[in-house]
Design a protein around this ligand. Structure first.
Ligand code: GLP
Length: 266
């Protein structure tokens, strides 16, 4: 795992977007795992700008989102289908037939979960999985005590996740979907490259537990410590509780793989 600290949330999102853009340039048929949440909005703004300014071409990419609420029609403004349309799909040139989210309205939800896993396998697996982190340390909707080898399945949301996400679901926690379909931790770990973006002071403590704490199903993001190619991009506010900051800064300033990204970063 590598942790990269950028000065602020915009610079962190810009770096994440540039890493994605580079992956698309190297492999135009990239299979890209996507995430939702406020943190991702800046990344999608950057990708839309790169598409507009530099003709970044997503037309041959395939995407798989991490999760979707159960029981919300995709036309609901609070669905992750709608989020993705709004923040990314309507703004760049993905082929709609190659963008995928779990169907939280499926008549047979378990069959839908198995089908989603099959679609990922049929696409050849995920090349690059973008991730945020929930306030309880979840990746996707893998809430505390999710098996670290779990696959795509239904998951009940914790009260803290419901409270954290209520503002983006109309504000009334009692009206929120209480369950979701999510890729499993095991599914996420099979991506060839994981890229987690964490910004803001409210994420500082959970970030420290996720990257420097012991691996535990209580904080499913800790499973990323087992991944052979995981990069964690954070801003200064999120980094305050990290013990290894000096080392992480040295990596970004000195390791050759980061040279192309140093010059352009504010
Ligand atoms: C939701 C999503 C997660 C995301 C998290 C953090 O719970 N299922 O994938 O990481 O929100 O969102 P935010 O960026 O809004 O803090």
């Amino acid at each position: 795992m590598e942790v990269i600290i950028r000065p602020d949330a915009n610079a962190a999102a810009r770096l994440a977007a540039r890493l994605i853009a580079r992956a698309v340039e190297v492999k135009p048929e990239l299979v890209l795992g996507l995430a939702t949440g406020r943190t991702m909005e800046r990344v999608y703004d950057e990708l839309a700008a790169l598409h507009e300014r530099s003709r970044l071409d997503f037309s041959r990419c395939t995407t798989f989102n991490l999760d979707e609420y159960i029981g919300l029609p995709r036309t609901s403004p609070y669905s992750y289908h709608a989020y993705m349309q709004r923040h990314l799909f309507n703004r760049v040139n993905f082929s709609p037939a190659r963008t995928h989210l779990p169907d939280g309205m499926a008549a047979d939800l378990d069959a839908e979960c198995r089908h989603y896993e099959q679609l990922i396998r049929d696409a050849g697996g995920i090349d690059l999985q973008l991730l945020g982190i929930g306030s309880d340390g979840h990746i996707g909707f893998n809430e505390p005590l999710s098996a670290l080898r779990s696959r795509t399945r239904q998951k009940a949301l914790t009260p803290s996740t419901l409270a954290a996400n209520a503002p983006y679901c109309g504000g009334d926690v009692t009206q929120m979907p209480r369950r979701a379909i999510t890729m499993g931790v095991g599914t996420i770990l099979e991506a060839r490259h994981c890229l987690m973006l964490v910004t803001g002071a409210s994420k500082a403590d959970i970030l420290a537990r996720a990257v420097e704490g012991p691996i535990t199903a209580m904080v499913t993001a800790t499973a990323l410590q087992l991944h052979p190619h995981c990069q964690v991009i954070v801003d200064e506010e999120a980094a305050v509780s990290l013990q290894g900051k000096a080392y992480y800064r040295w990596i970004f300033e000195n390791e050759p793989e980061w040279a192309p990204y140093r010059a352009a970063q504010a």
